[in-house]
Ligand binder design. Structure first.
Ligand SMILES: [Zn+2]
Length: 164
């Protein structure tokens, strides 16, 4: 993804109040490997239920504030992140909800989805699968995962933005 600045992120959040945006924490943006990211996601170390996700839609960054469910998935089962579709242990996937943008969100409407608990799908999809002569190369598999991840993130935030 193209890099985003703190000012970009503040301006991008579509479903938080001005006060919430002023209080939001930022990850170490200078450490982000932008070329290996479809979206930027991070948790709030001071508020464990809070998370944030930002990605580009054309030339505009779109960001959403997320709330992690306090109810954990059943332990010991396999769960799947709905954005990167990586199956993994259930404690690494969390149900997040996002208030809808605008009045709908202020009225309590939310969109929920299961996402990697650390909001770092871009890292997990880059774990190369073993090469197999009958399958696309590991690099092609990662490129396809990246395209699909970006599509699903875009669909998720489009759902948050849809106010009707
Ligand atoms: Zn994921």
């Amino acid at each position: 993804m193209k890099p985003v600045t703190e000012a970009d992120i503040r301006a991008s959040i579509v479903n938080a109040s001005r006060g919430e945006i002023e209080r939001m924490p930022f990850p170490g943006l200078h450490e982000v490997m932008w070329d290996s990211r479809e979206y930027l996601g991070w948790r709030d170390p001071q508020a464990p239920q809070r998370g944030y996700l930002v990605h580009w839609v054309g030339d505009r960054p779109v960001g959403v504030m997320l709330r992690a469910s306090e109810v954990a998935l059943r332990h010991g089962i396999t769960a799947m992140c709905s954005l990167c579709r990586t199956p993994q242990p259930s404690d690494q996937v969390t149900l997040f909800s996002a208030a809808r943008a605008g009045q709908a969100g202020r009225d309590g409407n939310t969109v929920g989805t299961y996402i990697c608990d650390d909001l770092a799908c871009s890292i997990i999809i880059r774990i190369l699968p073993p090469a197999h002569p009958m399958q696309p190369t590991p690099e092609e598999i990662v490129a396809t995962r990246a395209t699909n991840l970006l599509e699903r993130v875009t669909a998720f935030t489009a759902g948050v933005l849809k106010t009707a």
